[in-house]
Ligand binder design. Structure first.
Ligand SMILES: [Zn+2]
Ligand SMILES: [Zn+2]
Length: 390
């Protein structure tokens, strides 16, 4: 029997498991039930299991043969603070919490692969990494800080994320930068408040803020190479209480993204310079809190080539995109790829279930992907840890 059929044959159990995880969503670093379930399954299939790495992370290790090659496969486990509105039988039973990014599916796909791999011949060390808190909290960094790659060294690491709007089961690969860096900036403008009727006795932070919001738009338009990608979004403006009072302060909150480390640095420099100079010109003082979020996710050329070969062999050229477009979203798997070469793969979620994008209350993971995703992982592992590969 071929790998896809074998994977499809056992997928019923993993569809049930996925729906069970979906019914019981847990926020980042609170994945106690989910990680217990993952650990229990891995143990039952003969994996050496460590829990509690990076808070609620789990690593399952399986060694076969004498090869020194080591492969990492990573899935994320956390849910989001969203009230589910799918109306599905397996909808979340926890008010205000929902698996709206499909991490329930990623966990189920990797577990389905783990089960098949436990019954497969390979040569080397397989490290299955189930990480907590992908959504904004940086669970990947916590696992790395906790010694993930010291305890479980990997020669390569791969991860997969579902994507609505791409045909179900289609695999999309990309060499180079694939997901953006994501930085958060809070700008507080300290002015001099006073009576709205006597602005000449004040230093108005609202006028300065308005000017800064407009001036920030010139960074992407005029400073960044037009062939590069950059986003500067002012997502929040807070100032004032009453129509006749000029406030003491105004606050802006920005989301800043780039697909290149130099562009990322340029954005920071220009934002700092421009905000400081603009504020000064209005007689107010700018306090800039620039926080680095997720780094740019860069897929390694050689490992992406391997993933492409495996995808093509598994699904054929009609269902594989060899070089998909980059995305301006961000992903903390980027930090693992800074340590270990690898590749991040997208799997099409189709347009079922309300045609909803991830993070939408109507979204659901497409269970038909469990068999395909698991088969891809197994084939990739077999290829990487091929007996005689060294
Ligand atoms: Zn997400
Ligand atoms: Zn996600």
């Amino acid at each position: 029997m071929d790998l896809l059929s074998m994977s499809a044959e056992q997928s019923g159990e993993f569809v049930r498991l996925r729906r069970d995880i979906h019914r019981h969503p847990e926020l980042g670093f609170e994945e106690n039930r989910t990680s217990a379930l993952v650990a229990e399954k891995l143990q039952a299939w003969g994996y050496q299991v460590e829990r509690g790495l990076g808070g609620t992370g789990v690593v399952g290790q399986l060694r076969r043969g004498g090869s020194a090659r080591r492969l990492g496969l990573r899935a994320d486990m956390d849910a989001l603070p969203i009230q589910e509105a799918t109306g599905l039988a397996h909808a979340s039973c926890r008010p205000g919490l929902m698996h709206a990014c499909g991490h329930d599916g990623h966990t189920a796909m990797l577990l389905a692969a783990a089960r098949l791999l436990a019954a497969t011949d390979f040569d080397g060390t397989l490290n299955l990494v189930f990480q907590p808190a992908e959504e904004s909290l940086g669970g990947a960094v916590r696992m790395i800080e906790d010694g993930l790659f010291d305890k479980y060294p990997c020669d390569a690491i791969f991860s997969m994320h579902n994507m609505p709007g791409i045909a179900q089961g289609r695999l999309v690969l990309r060499e180079g930068a694939m997901m953006a860096s994501s930085d958060y900036v809070t700008i507080t403008l300290h002015g001099t408040g006073g009576h709205g009727a006597m602005p000449h006795h004040t230093a108005d932070p609202i006028v300065a803020a308005a000017s800064i919001v407009m001036a920030l738009q010139s960074i992407v338009a005029r400073n960044v190479d037009p062939l590069q990608t950059a986003v500067v979004t002012v997502g929040a403006v807070h100032a004032g209480q009453a129509n006749n009072v000029i406030p003491q302060q105004a606050r802006l909150e920005l989301s800043v993204r780039a697909l290149d480390r130099e562009v990322r640095a340029l954005l920071q420099q220009r934002i700092r310079d421009l905000v400081t100079a603009q504020a000064q010109s209005y007689g107010v003082r700018a306090e800039i809190d620039y926080r680095s979020g997720y780094t740019v996710l860069v897929n390694d050329a050689a490992q992406t080539a391997l993933a492409r070969e495996v995808a093509l062999e598994l699904l054929g050229p009609q269902r594989v995109e060899l070089q998909g477009p980059p995305l301006t979203g961000s992903e903390d798997f980027a930090f693992m790829l800074e340590r270990v070469p690898g590749s991040y793969v997208l799997i099409g979620n189709g347009d079922g279930q309300g045609n909803c994008m991830v993070h939408n209350p109507g979204y659901d993971f497409n269970d038909d992907n469990i068999a395909i995703g698991a088969a891809f992982w197994v084939k990739l592992a077999q290829r990487f840890l091929e007996p005689g590969a060294g």
